[in-house]
Design a protein around this ligand. Structure first.
Ligand code: SAM
Length: 347
């Protein structure tokens, strides 16, 4: 089998071996297998270099019918994954005037990078892949449909936007302790709800408000005390059977911090990791013993070192401690599923 990869703008074959007639094309975590001859393969790859024309046609039909009801869920609830992602990337750039009133816009590139380490398609691809994973986990592990979702530590709102096709906007919440992020979310995404919270709970949500709480790249930064306090709060605001999906730094992050230290040309977001886990061997040993690893390096502005730094939560720690509050469901340590480790527990 020939392995091929493409980016949405520039498809590229990883191996240029056309002797076999089967190819595996993968993009953003989705793989499709095609049986195809060499000439057809080349035609397919050329076609994939331009935005799919049927996406544009689909969009035009939806926009034409959008006058009366502009709720993203009603407008886009039935669209496929490819089209949904395209709407926020190429589709958005090419149809900005039409989509501005229908879907969230993007903040300044510097803000994107500061909070997610990347910008544009790259940062949205990562968030979209996590969104698809959360959807899949909810379908598999929740005994009902997801009606209400909380994005904890929503940042500038890169992930929550994708849930707009699934969840009624009034039941979709993002919270964050960074005031400028909440202000930005309220400006760029007028459909979901956003609220500023203190670094430690409680929130003002009623008991049992949500079916699902997710936190992408937030439990990768919280101190042990802050993370435990938020777990208690999640338990309170989740309905029985509700899920928590939280990501944390994987074991290899410890070595990556050492590699970053060796690199003089660090970007702002890399400063924290570069000064974390400076005794690599000892940190790896602690990880392997199932200890909670936290470096109180802070994150700038209101992200105070008392609660914010760099965090690795090993599987054993989750099994021994999170289970005092929740039922353990899964711990995904697989880079093809997510670039961080994913913890899944149920109330
Ligand atoms: C690395 S960013 C990730 C943002 C977002 N989840 C994403 O993936 O785009 C971490 C976010 O968590 C927020 N955060 C950190 N500690 C928090 C706390 N104790 N309570 C609420 N939000 C917090 C930060 O302000 C920041 O927006």
């Amino acid at each position: 089998m020939t392995a091929a990869r493409w980016s949405r703008r520039a498809p590229r074959l990883a191996e240029r071996n056309f002797d076999r007639d089967e190819v595996l094309l993968s993009c953003n975590g989705h793989s499709r297998q095609y049986s195809i001859n060499r000439k057809s393969l080349q035609t397919l790859m050329t076609k994939m270099a331009i935005p799919p024309r049927d996406h544009q046609t689909t969009l035009e039909k939806i926009v034409a019918n959008s006058a009366l009801d502009r709720s993203p869920k009603r407008l886009f609830g039935q669209v496929g994954d490819d089209f949904w992602f395209w709407l926020f990337t190429e589709g958005y750039r090419e149809n900005r005037d039409r989509l501005d009133g229908l879907l969230p816009s993007m903040p300044d590139e510097n803000i994107q990078r500061r909070f997610t380490g990347a910008a544009g398609n790259e940062t949205l691809t990562e968030a979209f892949s996590f969104y698809l994973l959360v959807r899949r986990l909810a379908t598999t592990h929740l005994d009902r449909s997801v009606e209400s979702v909380l994005d904890f530590g929503c940042g500038w709102g890169r992930a929550i936007r994708f849930f707009l096709r699934d969840i009624e906007p009034r039941n979709l919440w993002g919270i964050d302790c960074f005031p400028q992020m909440i202000d930005l979310c309220k400006t760029t995404n007028v459909w979901s709800n956003f609220a500023l919270v203190e670094p430690l709970p409680p929130t003002t949500f009623y008991n049992g408000t949500f079916d699902l709480v997710y936190a992408y790249s937030v439990f990768s930064h919280l101190s042990e005390r802050a993370h435990l306090a938020w777990l208690h709060e999640f338990k309170r605001i989740l309905r029985p059977g509700g899920l928590v999906v939280a990501t944390t730094r994987p074991r290899e992050f410890i070595q990556w911090c050492a590699d970053l230290r060796a690199n003089q040309d660090q970007q702002l977001w890399a400063k924290g990791p570069a000064s974390s886990f400076t005794n690599t061997k000892e940190a790896l040993a602690r990880y392997d013993r199932g200890e909670f690893l936290y470096e109180s390096v802070g994150g700038g502005d209101c992200l105070d070192p008392s609660f914010f730094g760099e965090t690795c939560i090993p599987r054993r720690y989750v099994e021994e401690n999170w289970t005092k509050l929740f039922t353990f469901v899964d711990y995904i340590d697989d880079r093809s599923a997510c670039i961080q480790n994913v913890i899944l527990v149920r109330k």
